[in-house]
Design a protein around this ligand. Structure first.
Ligand SMILES: O=P(O)(O)OC[C@H]1O[C@](O)(CO)[C@@H](O)[C@@H]1O
Length: 443
């Protein structure tokens, strides 16, 4: 079960003029249900990029991924070459649920030293390289692929050591895979990178990490079920409404703070999902709107000792979202130690009890200071509940896009930086831009 505890969004914080949460939900119910109908109607248009909704139903692709994984028992290290949506989902789920025996590595930056260090630690005969790029053009991923492709020539049959995940027709990787006879998996054209964790972008690396993929998808189907419900039972529409109401009140920062080290990369995945989807200059009618709230990463309890001072006493420009587990997979009892009786309140208690108390205490301390927050509660940390949470957050993002009347599925704002990079690196066709940059003192 995935639940939400809205107890700490104090009534005076929610809705215009102190309207309580239940009244806000009632008054927005029609608008949320219209948003849901709009999303579901638009889903049949591939250009709407809503294909992620159907990924949890795609058990045939999952079977292909499984078959491929079973045919590669020799793999000891899997290197994912990908960035943004082509890496963050697998990284988040792998860190939370990966059991091995295959070690996952993510190369999502072109800083030479860490890449060289990784290469020196790997045995090419035991390494599989999964190059992942929806566009098949991203400079960082392609540069890493060129390096790994050359390095793999040290293996007997390098083609066996590469698996490609890309768009079925666009980009450089697809024809290259066909020409070299490489195994290739599709990223459906209707699925954008940051919504692709349940496609082979995520499932292929996660199959090697020993994640229970059937349950990951089953959990995501529960989120789909809720997201299709009426407003009163529609959890993603409800959390989207909370975000909307606080954004309207000028709270322009969203902190995602799981109380779990295993979930340490979840905020990174969420930051891309939320920021790239919702930070938009224009609305659907082409009117300048500049929407968005800035997602910030935090981990409990670690950031209680780093950021919570600011969350409580700094500007109240944030909505803090806690993620808490209701049950541990294992627990650790704290022993009584003679001579340390000053710590007797801990004797015989468990780590999980302390972790839970810390999370509840922080949430309440923030509420007391009128810093709104709510908590997403996962019954436990397993594939089913994590799949549910991921799909919940994707739906929440889609609902916010509707409430703000923006396209949550494009990212025009990152394109110019890419073009400048091409020009600075001397790519053919970018000579004029390179000249302009030189005239502007960049080069
Ligand atoms: O999968 P690709 O096409 O290499 O893109 C990687 C990432 O780059 C972006 O296009 C821009 O940051 C993201 O939307 C995407 O997830």
């Amino acid at each position: 079960m995935l639940r939400v505890d809205l107890g700490n969004i104090s009534p005076e914080c929610v809705g215009p003029n102190g309207v309580a949460w239940t009244s806000s939900l009632t008054s927005y119910a029609q608008r949320l249900e219209a948003a849901r109908d709009e999303i579901l109607t638009r889903k049949s248009d591939p250009g709407a990029f809503l294909g992620w909704i159907d990924l949890p139903e795609d058990t045939e692709t999952l079977r292909q991924v499984r078959r491929y994984r079973e045919a590669q028992p020799w793999v000891e290290d899997l290197v994912v070459l990908g960035i943004g949506g082509s890496a963050l989902g697998a990284q988040a789920v792998g860190a939370a649920l990966g059991k091995g025996p295959v070690r996952l590595h993510f190369v999502d930056n072109v800083e030479p030293e860490p890449v060289l260090e990784l290469l020196r630690s790997l045995n090419p005969e035991k390494t599989l390289v999964n190059v992942i790029s929806k566009s098949g053009t991203t400079a960082e991923t392609m540069a890493a692929f060129l390096v790994f492709r050359r390095w793999l020539e040290r293996a007997e049959n390098w083609q066996q050591h590469v698996v490609v995940t890309t768009d079925p027709s666009r980009g450089i990787l697809r024809p290259y895979a066909a020409a070299e006879g490489l195994t290739a998996f599709d990223i459906p054209p209707s699925v954008g990178g940051r919504f692709s964790v349940l496609s082979p972008v995520g499932t292929l690396p996660l199959a090697f990490a020993g994640v229970d993929l059937e349950n990951l998808l089953a959990g995501a189907r529960k989120a789909n079920e809720q997201a299709r419900s009426e407003a009163a039972r529609n959890l993603p529409a409800q959390t989207a409404l909370v975000h909307h109401l606080f954004a309207q009140k000028g709270l322009n920062i969203v902190v995602l703070m799981p109380y779990s080290t295993r979930l340490r990369y979840l905020p990174d995945w969420f930051v891309q999902l939320h920021d790239e989807s919702l930070g938009k200059l224009y609305n659907r009618e082409g009117k300048e709107v500049r929407t968005g709230t800035t997602a910030v990463r935090a981990i409990g309890t670690t950031d209680q000792h780093a950021q919570v001072q600011l969350f409580r006493e700094g500007p109240h420009d944030k909505l803090v979202v806690f993620v808490r587990l209701e049950n541990p997979s294992e627990d650790l009892e704290i022993p009584a130690v003679k001579g340390l009786e000053g710590l007797d309140y801990l004797f015989g208690r468990t780590f999980f009890e302390l972790l839970t108390a810390e999370a509840k205490a922080t949430a309440h301390a923030l509420a007391k200071a009128h810093q709104p927050n709510y908590t997403l509660l996962l019954e436990r940390l397993d594939a089913y509940h994590l799949g549910w949470l991921l799909q919940h957050l994707m739906w929440q993002t889609a609902y916010l896009g509707e409430l703000w009347n923006i396209n949550a599925f494009d990212q025009p704002g990152v394109e110019l930086g890419k073009e400048y990079t091409y020009a600075l690196m001397g790519r053919k066709g970018y000579e004029k831009l390179a000249e302009e940059l030189r005239a502007e003192g960049v080069g």
